[in-house]
Design a binder for this molecule. Structure first.
Ligand code: SAM
Length: 207
């Protein structure tokens, strides 16, 4: 369990109630994601949170497996799936590295608002590559905070010390894209939704 695991359990209910801050950027992200999905795709979403995105995309694919390390997030996601009678979405507590996930078994792996929270991002991206079928897609969106403000680098460590914030990496968009291409991907689409601070949407194809 990553050190931030308890943080997300504690904040799951608040996270679920919180409306999406920037609906326009969310809709752009979903529209561009859907453009790469097809109804025979088997999809993995990692860091699915309370499941809204997986449930929204379920109609565009054959099946979605959605994992999160927080049991509380998964409880909320399962309740929503039951309400919506979503039959092709399977939520479970877990990480990318679980043995239950077979290598070369997904057409698409998605990670929204997750990569900057991972303590070992390169290993995670390497594992995404291994889980994808040949030519599979890794679709992600990641906030890139490096150089954006002098406030966060000072405030965040204090919040982390007080356990009010999880582990967060301050990435540049170049660093993020380099980490993805280094692990055997070709980037085929990017966008910033929103532009500031850049929340970089990346579609990368397994090479
Ligand atoms: C910022 S939230 C994003 C949730 C959702 N993807 C979204 O965009 O709203 C990050 C989520 O990632 C989960 N998480 C953190 N580290 C993880 C890991 N190593 N594996 C899987 N999930 C993780 C947290 O529990 C949390 O639900």
């Amino acid at each position: 369990m990553p050190k931030s695991g308890n943080f997300w359990d504690k904040h799951a209910e608040k996270y679920a109630k919180h409306p999406i801050k920037d609906m326009q950027s969310y809709n752009q992200t979903m529209d561009r994601t859907k453009a790469h999905l097809s109804t025979d795709d088997s999809v993995l979403e990692i860091g699915c949170g309370t499941g809204s995105t997986a449930l929204l995309l379920a109609g565009s694919v054959e099946q979605i497996t959605a994992y999160d390390t927080s049991a509380k997030m998964i409880d909320i996601a399962n309740a929503k799936a039951k309400d919506q009678q979503a039959l092709n979405v399977a939520f479970a507590k877990g990480t990318l590295f679980d043995d239950t996930l077979g290598e070369k078994s997904f057409n698409v792996v998605m990670a929204f608002n997750l990569l900057h929270l991972l303590e070992d991002m390169p290993s995670a991206i390497r594992r995404v590559n291994a889980l994808l079928k040949p030519d599979g897609l890794f679709i992600s969106k990641t906030v890139c905070m490096a150089g954006q403000s002098w406030v966060w680098p000072i405030v965040l460590p204090i919040m982390q010390f007080l356990r009010l914030a999880p582990f967060v990496r301050f990435l540049t968009t170049d660093e993020l894209e380099g980490s993805i291409t280094n692990e055997g991907f070709e980037i085929i689409e990017t966008g910033d939704y929103p532009a500031s601070p850049p929340s970089r949407f990346i579609v990368a194809k397994k090479t």
